[in-house]
Design a protein around this ligand. Structure first.
Ligand code: ADP
Ligand code: ASP
Ligand code: MG
Length: 440
């Protein structure tokens, strides 16, 4: 059994919805995970934001605009008037529910309820569309089996048990459709796997179902060697190891949600990245194997905060780092990069929820400097730290303003911290010298 995930663009237009049907309708049994139609989740986030601001008229206007878009899609996608009516009723109910939610007090629970509606709509419409086209497809509601635990980690045991039970209870189908992104929390509230989380849903399902392969279908032909939104002349990478792909996803390659690779790596299930608009192109295969050495790809992650902790008296004293780490652990704030010197330790975090408390505690025994607006640029490849071409990177550094470097933390990764204002030029520069072999 395979698990195939289709992203927002793939289900974002009539033409693409029809392409998805062609791709999945090959006679093999499969689970298909869908995102919301492109633009929907952004609109839902905006609706929630306007409710938070108390601008209820604006929130209602967003709801009406979105509703009008869905009316057009339904009209074009469905031929038989009975199905059209059924789908219209479902979608109308969703929008009526959203209108009612504008009267509620804004909380994170309200936000979660609102943003979950996109996937509920796309999967209902798509299942009905497949049925109209004669495909034996069944909808499996993700909220009946997808759950995270108290630490926000997927509750694999619960997911496996319930998903298997639901598949068993349903009429046999060739294609099971389910929602990406949405889940329940440990207390039964609607929650989600963070923006872009449908990729993660797919590998979580793939792992618990012991799938042969997970396929992530999107609007580009695989993982590129640099961010194609910023740098020209990037190309798709055919093969990546789990470790390489995990580093790229974690450090900002938007094509994959940061956690996507983990369940697949643990269960050793290959993940294929494919282009819905060009199914014949090879894409990227992520597996335990890799090929080639040296820098294969570069990614960048924004909204990083650098914290420098200085203590003349205690730095080299036994227990200083322990004390520092304990504070980050207490506030459940992971550290991404870290470098040390004789008199200071610099580290980065991307979650500022408890920054003030962390700084306050650090200040009890050290001098603390905080720099916002930083980006981590991550260079990834097998044995990248040893490779004979890696010296090119160090030649480029003279032209970049780099705040921190992490080299040797793993053999697959070299990370640079730059001010976000310098990120675009740094990525372009690195691309030229590392991949296009221009000399400095
Ligand atoms: P989906 O809606 O299908 O999940 P996303 O927008 O989340 O799609 O991810 C695909 C996009 O990721 C591409 O259109 C591309 O602009 C962007 N992207 C950023 N970095 C990379 C990269 N290294 N390789 C490929 N795509 C990337
Ligand atoms: N629809 C959600 C989002 O836009 C999840 C996803 O697309 O993966 O973030
Ligand atoms: Mg995505």
């Amino acid at each position: 059994m395979k698990v195939l995930k289709f992203g927002g663009t793939s289900v974002g237009s009539i033409k693409n919805i029809k392409s998805v049907k062609e791709i999945i309708n090959d006679g093999d049994r499969k689970i298909v995970v869908l995102s919301a139609m492109s633009g929907t989740t952004n609109a839902l986030v905006e609706i929630s934001e306007q409710i938070k601001l108390g601008a209820l008229d604006v929130a209602i206007q967003y709801i009406e605009n979105l509703s009008a878009k869905y009316e057009i899609v339904i009209d074009e996608l469905f031929e038989c008037s009975e199905t059209k009516q059924q789908v219209s009723n479902y979608i109308d109910n969703v929008f009526e529910h959203l209108r009612k939610l504008t009267a509620e007090k804004h909380t994170v629970f309200l936000y979660n309820k609102i943003v979950s509606q996109g996937e509920l709509m796309s999967t209902f419409m798509f299942t009905k569309f497949l049925n109209q086209e004669g495909v034996n497809a069944q909808l499996l509601p993700a909220l009946d089996f997808m759950r995270v635990d108290k630490s926000n980690e997927p509750d694999d045991f619960y997911i496996k048990q319930n998903l298997q039970r639901i598949i068993h209870e349903n009429l046999p189908a060739e294609i099971y459709i389910t929602q990406g992104f949405i889940c329940l929390d440990a207390y039964g509230n609607i929650a989600n796997l963070q923006r872009g989380g449908s990729d993660y849903t797919a590998t979580i399902i793939g792992a618990v179902m012991e799938a042969d392969e997970v396929q992530i279908w999107t609007d580009i032909d695989g993982m590129h060697n640099n961010d194609p939104r910023i740098v020209d002349n990037t190309h798709a990478i055919s093969n990546l190891s789990f470790d390489e792909a995990a580093e790229l996803a974690y450090f900002g390659a938007k094509i994959l949600h940061p956690q996507t690779v983990m369940p697949a790596r643990e269960a050793n299930i290959p993940v294929r990245l494919k282009n819905t608009m060009d199914p014949a192109s090879y894409g990227t295969l992520i597996s335990e194997n890799t090929d080639g050495e040296g820098i294969k790809a570069i990614a960048a992650k924004d909204n990083i905060i650098a914290i420098k902790i200085k203590s003349a008296r205690m730095l080299l004293a036994h227990g200083f780092l322990k004390k520092v780490f304990e504070i980050f652990e207490k506030y459940e704030t992971p550290i991404d990069m870290i470098t040390t010197s004789e008199i200071a330790v610099s580290l980065t975090i991307d979650n500022d929820a408890n920054l003030d408390s962390i700084v306050e505690e650090l200040k009890k025994f050290s001098l603390v400097e905080v720099d916002n607006n930083q980006s981590i640029i991550c260079l990834v490849g097998k044995e990248v730290v040893k490779h004979h071409e890696t010296h090119r990177l160090f030649q480029v550094l003279q032209d970049l303003s780099v705040r921190m470097i992490s080299y040797g933390g793993s053999n697959n990764n070299i990370s640079l911290l730059v001010n976000t204002n310098d990120k675009v030029s740094a990525l372009k520069h690195l691309n030229k010298y590392v991949f296009e072999f221009e000399t400095v």
